[in-house]
Design a binder for this molecule. Structure first.
Ligand code: FAD
Ligand code: NAI
Length: 473
C-alpha cells in the first residue's frame, strides 16, 4: 500500500472531481477513484453534456427545416445525418472528460481507475479496471458515487437500451424512431423527447402528475411550457399512469399499457421506442457501506449532517447519492464545500439559491420559491411578469414565446423566486441566483442598467413590474 492520503474521493463525477481538484489546490494529498474508465461521471459521459449536444444540434436541424423561410433564408433541402450528429456528441464528451483528466494532472490529483469498496472507514480496496487490486488509506474519505436510473417498479418494464431505453440509450439511437413513447414528463422526458421530436419522431409523453417539468417548477410556467411543447408536436397524456411496456416479438413495436392515475380503464399505445424516465436513485452498490455502518435513509440516500458527515467518522458524502436535487452544479458546490471543510473546518452551500434549468426550446429556468411554495408557507408576496413578446431583442430574433416571472416579498420586495420560460432562460437565471445570493430587492434589479437591446431587459422589466409598472408592456 502507498503512503496515506489526506483525502480519498470515491467517484469522479461533478461532485467527486471538483472536490478532488479543490482539495489538491488546498495542498491536501488527494486521490480520486473512478470505475467508469473516464472522468466526469454521469453528467459528462451520459447526462448533461451529451444531452445538450443533441439538444443544440437537433434544435438547429429543426430550425433549418421549419423556421427559415420567413426570415428570408431559402434552404433548398435540409437533411439529417444522424451518425455525424452522434459523432459530434461523442466528441464533446471525450474532449471534456479528457479535459478533467488533464486538470487532475495539472493540480496533482492522483487518479485510480477502478472500483472502490470500504475495508474499514479509513482503508479502501480498489479492484483495478486493468486487473489486480490495490489499497489506499486516508483519515478522510468522500463518497461521491452518484445515481443510476430508477428501474420501473415491480419489474414490469425491462430496459434493453434498444427498443426500451433509459436516457443512456435515448442518447445513442442510430435511427429516428417513427413513434416514441416517453414514460415520465420530468426533465429527462422533456429534454430527450424534444430531441427526437425535432428529428422527426412522433412523441407522446405519459405523465402521472397533472403537470410537466418535474419537482420545483412553478405551476403557471409548467402550463405555458406544456402548451408550447404541444404546439411543437409533442403529445401529452397527463394524470396517467403507465403500467407496463411489452416488446412484440424480435423486432416488433412495444405495446405500452396505461390507465388514469386515479384508476380506471386501461388503454394501450404502440411505439417503436419507449423511453423510461421515471427518476434516478442513489448508487451505492458494492461500496461496502453496511460493513462500516454508514446509514442510508428509506430512499437509499446516504444520510449526512449539515457538514456532509455520514454516520461514520471521517467519511463524508456529496452529490446525487445524498440529499437534495440531483443536479451537477449542486454536486459541484458540495464538492468545494467538503474540500474546504477538510482544509479549514468551514464550508457552505446556499441551498436556497440553486438554479434549475430545462434545456428545451424555449428553455425553462428557475431559482427559489414557486408560487405554490409561497402559498403553502403563507408568505405574502407580489408577482411581476414581463412577456418576451414585448421585448425588443426577442422580437428581432423572432423568438418571442415565454415570460419572466418575479415573486417578491410583499412588504420589502425581497426576491423570493424567479421563473423564466423563454429564449436563453438558462443563462438569464444566473442574474436571479446572484440576486437571491445577495438578498437583492426587485427594485435593486430594476434600477440596474441592462444593455439594450437584450433579452435581459425582460428580466429587469419583470422585476420592475413586481413593485411598480413596467415601461414597455
Ligand atoms: P455522478 O455524476 O453519477 O458520478 C458518480 C461516479 O462515481 C460515476 O462516474 C461512477 O462510475 C462512480 N462510482 C460509483 N461507484 C463507484 C465505486 N464503488 N468506485 C469507483 N467509482 C464509483 N444535471 C444538471 O445539473 N444539468 C443537466 O443538464 C443535467 N442533465 C442530465 C441529463 C441526463 C440524461 C442525466 C441522466 C442526468 C443529468 N443531470 C443534469 C444530472 C447530473 O448528471 C447529476 O446530478 C450529476 O452527474 C451528479 O454528480 P455526482 O458527482 O454526484 O455523481
Ligand atoms: P423526474 O423526477 O424529473 O421526472 C420523472 C417523472 O416521471 C415524474 O414527473 C413522475 O411523476 C413521472 N412518473 C413516475 N412514474 C410514472 C408512471 N408509472 N407513469 C407515468 N409517469 C410516471 O426524473 P427524470 O426525468 O428521470 O430525471 C432524473 C433526474 O435527473 C432529474 O430529477 C434531474 O435531477 C436530473 N436531470 C437534470 C437535468 C437538467 O438539469 N437539465 C436534465 C436531465 C436530468
Amino acid at each position: 500500500p502507498s503512503e496515506p492520503y489526506d483525502a480519498v474521493i470515491i467517484g469522479g463525477g461533478p461532485g467527486g472531481y471538483v472536490c478532488a481538484i479543490k482539495a489538491a489546490q488546498a495542498g491536501l494529498k488527494t486521490v480520486c477513484i473512478e470505475k467508469r474508465g473516464a472522468l466526469g461521471g454521469t453528467c459528462l459521459n451520459v447526462g448533461c453534456i451529451p444531452s445538450k449536444a443533441m439538444l443544440n444540434n437537433s434544435h438547429l436541424y429543426h430550425q433549418a427545416k421549419t423556421d427559415m423561410k420567413h426570415r428570408g433564408i431559402d434552404i433548398d433541402s435540409v437533411g439529417l445525418n444522424i451518425d455525424t450528429m452522434l459523432k459530434a456528441k461523442t466528441q464533446a464528451v471525450t474532449g471534456l472528460t479528457r479535459g478533467v483528466e488533464s486538470l487532475f494532472k495539472k493540480n496533482g490529483v492522483d487518479y485510480i481507475k477502478g472500483t472502490a469498496s470500504f475495508i474499514t472507514p479509513t482503508r479502501i480496496a480498489v479492484q483495478l479496471n486493468d486487473g489486480g487490486e490495490t489499497e489506499v488509506e486516508s483519515k478522510n474519505v468522500v463518497i461521491a458515487t452518484g445515481s443510476e436510473v430508477t428501474p420501473f417498479p415491480g419489474g414490469a418494464i425491462t430496459i434493453d437500451e434498444k427498443r426500451i431505453v433509459s436516457s443512456t440509450g435515448a442518447l445513442d439511437l442510430t435511427k429516428v424512431p417513427k413513434k416514441m413513447t416517453v414514460i415520465g414528463g420530468g426533465v429527462i422526458g422533456l429534454e430527450l423527447g424534444s430531441v427526437w421530436s425535432r428529428l422527426g419522431a412522433e412523441v407522446t409523453v405519459i405523465e402521472f402528475l397533472g403537470g410537466i417539468g418535474g419537482a420545483g417548477i412553478d405551476e403557471e410556467i409548467a402550463k405555458q411550457f406544456e402548451k408550447i411543447l404541444a404546439k411543437q408536436g409533442i403529445k401529452f397524456k397527463l394524470n396517467t399512469k403507465v403500467i407496463s411496456a411489452e416488446p412484440q416479438g424480435e423486432d416488433g413495436p412495444v405495446v405500452v399499457t396505461f390507465e388514469p392515475a386515479k384508476g380506471g380503464e386501461a388503454e394501450t399505445i404502440e411505439a417503436d421506442v419507449v423511453l423510461v424516465a421515471v427518476g434516478r436513485r442513489p448508487y451505492t452498490e458494492g461500496l461496502g457501506l453496511d460493513k462500516i455502518g454508514v446509514d442510508l435513509d428509506g430512499k437509499g440516500r446516504v444520510v449526512v449532517d449539515s457538514q456532509y458527515n455520514t454516520s461514520v467518522k471521517g467519511v463524508r458524502c456529496i452529490g446525487d447519492v445524498t440529499f437534495g436535487p440531483m443536479l451537477a452544479h449542486k454536486a459541484e458546490e458540495e464538492g468545494v464545500a467538503v474540500a474546504e471543510y477538510l482544509k479549514t473546518g468551514h464550508g457552505h452551500v446556499n441551498y436556497g439559491a440553486i438554479p434549475a434549468v430545462i434545456y428545451t426550446h424555449p428553455e425553462v429556468a428557475w431559482v427559489g420559491a414557486s408560487e405554490g411554495d409561497l402559498k403553502k408557507s403563507g408568505t405574502k408576496y407580489k408577482v411581476g411578469k414581463f412577456p418576451f413578446l414585448a421585448n425588443s431583442r426577442a422580437k428581432t430574433n423572432m423568438d418571442t414565446e415565454g415570460v419572466v416571472k418575479f415573486l417578491v416579498e410583499a412588504e420589502t420586495d425581497l426576491v423570493l423566486g424567479v421563473h423564466i420560460i423563454g429564449p436563453n432562460a438558462g443563462e438569464m437565471i444566473a442574474s436571479a441566483v446572484l440576486a437571491i445570493e445577495y438578498s437583492a430587492s426587485a427594485e435593486d434589479i430594476a434600477r440596474t442598467c441592462h444593455a439594450h437591446p437584450t433579452l435581459s431587459e425582460a428580466f429587469k422589466e419583470a422585476a420592475m413590474a413586481s413593485y411598480s409598472k413596467p415601461i414597455n408592456f
